[in-house]
Ligand binder design. Structure first.
Ligand SMILES: Nc1ncnc2c1ncn2[C@@H]1O[C@H](COP(=O)(O)OP(=O)(O)OP(=O)(O)O)[C@@H](O)[C@H]1O
Ligand SMILES: [Mg+2]
Length: 382
């Protein structure tokens, strides 16, 4: 077990800044906990009190039931992986030696440690061919993966990650987030992850701790509840924009109706007749969507213009395991206002309409209200 517990923890720096105020928090072993909040609200300070890089002014932190102020800092840190925004890699050491650092410190032979390091590279999705490079010869995303590999190399039960993905572009960031989810489903570490991005917090966290001004914890809850029932005005403001839209991502889209969509391949286009305002979905030989075309586009084709100049880019695709957020997004981002659902191979399954997604949301809410009422009256009757 590697639970982490903050009991009435306060940190005031020597200059008088109170970075964390009376923090009480129990982090369950094997959970993925995200600390989120605006800059300067004490996330990093709180995290660093777990590995004793920062010592509390008052209160106690326990790890696996042990008051960490009474354990050796070195021993404590060997059981805690730490990943920071810049990767924190040693510039003059190869990728392989960076990853092998902690196992070597723990007494493994260099040979063994390097061998194990190669396997950790596989685990985080890095090509072994990169093992002999130096950090400066990697992309930002690759460096972050090495940082994660290094933290995992000694197989510590606890992983601390301080804004590990905030310096990479959004596409790479999404990849790294997905990778973290996959890793955690295999490893079941106790992970504490800091971010100021509420979307990242909601996506990754089993539990989200929202910090506010003066280092005061505002809410510690499941992500869905942070969105649906913000505990304070601060939290409501922080998660505020797009809150309802985000909450859609927790709702199943199984019951959203899929309609047949008339499709056409590019070489059949000259035979197509459309009414004004009507759209037709162009697909490739494998029925994968290419884009939409309307009467204006067809006129362009007949005038001999290139297909690419006549097609309207499609909206987002509604994936097989998609939720209501995906469904709605695919509908409202589509030029035809019909969202395209695809199967695992990317082939068209059917079309979704925004109005039907909203209707589905409303049905789910009604069912939940009825369930709540029933539970309430049953409790009353007892
Ligand atoms: N060593 C220090 N000495 C004095 N004040 C500090 C020190 N480290 C942090 N602080 C202050 O403590 C407060 C909390 O800082 P902390 O780094 O924990 O915030 P954070 O939530 O991680 O912010 P960010 O999102 O910008 O990383 C801030 O006001 C900061 O200026
Ligand atoms: Mg910080």
């Amino acid at each position: 077990m590697s639970d982490i517990e903050f009991s009435s923890v306060t940190k005031t720096y020597p200059d008088g800044t109170t970075a964390v105020h009376d923090l009480n928090l129990h982090i369950e072993s094997g959970s993925f906990t995200v600390f989120v909040g605006p800059s300067g609200c004490g996330k990093t300070t709180s995290m660093r009190m777990i590995n004793r890089m920062v010592v509390p002014t008052a209160g106690a932190v326990t790890v696996a039931g042990q008051d960490i102020s009474r354990t050796s800092a070195v021993r404590l840190r060997l059981g805690i992986g730490y990943v920071i925004q810049s990767g924190g890699l040693l510039p003059h050491r190869t990728v392989l030696d960076n990853v092998a650092t902690v196992p070597v410190l723990r007494g493994q032979s260099r040979r063994e440690a390097r061998h194990a390091a190669l396997e950790v590279l596989d685990r985080v999705g890095l090509d072994r061919a990169l093992a002999q490079r130096y950090p400066a010869q990697l992309s930002g995303g690759q460096q972050q993966r090495v940082g994660v590999a290094r933290a995992l190399a000694a197989d510590p039960p606890i992983l601390l990650m301080d804004e590990p993905f905030s310096a990479v572009d959004p596409v790479v960031r999404t990849e790294l987030q997905n990778e973290m989810q996959r890793l955690q489903s295999e490893l079941h570490k106790t992970i504490v992850f800091v971010t100021h991005d509420i979307d990242e917090a909601i996506k990754l966290g089993d539990r989200v701790a929202v910090f506010g001004p003066g280092g005061r914890l505002q809410q510690y809850d499941r992500p869905q509840r942070v969105l649906s029932q913000p505990a304070t005005d601060f939290v409501a403001g922080f998660v505020g924009r797009d809150r309802g839209y985000r909450e859609l991502s927790f709702r199943t889209a199984d019951a959203v109706p899929l309609h047949d969509i008339p499709t056409v391949t590019a070489d059949q286009l000259t035979g197509v007749r459309l009414d004004k305002g009507e759209w037709r979905l162009i697909v490739d030989q494998d029925r994968r969507p290419v884009g939409w075309i309307d009467t204006t586009g067809l006129e362009g084709i007949r005038a001999g213009r290139a297909l690419a100049d006549c097609v309207a880019a499609g909206g987002s695709l509604f994936p097989p395991d998609g939720d209501l957020r995906h469904a709605l997004d695919s509908a409202i981002s589509s030029p035809s206002e019909i969202g395209v659902a695809v199967d695992d191979s990317g082939a068209v399954r059917g079309g979704v309409l925004a109005s039907e997604v909203i209707a589905q949301l409303s049905r789910q809410r009604t069912a939940e209200d009825e369930e709540r009422n029933r539970a309430f009256f049953e409790a009353e009757a007892r």
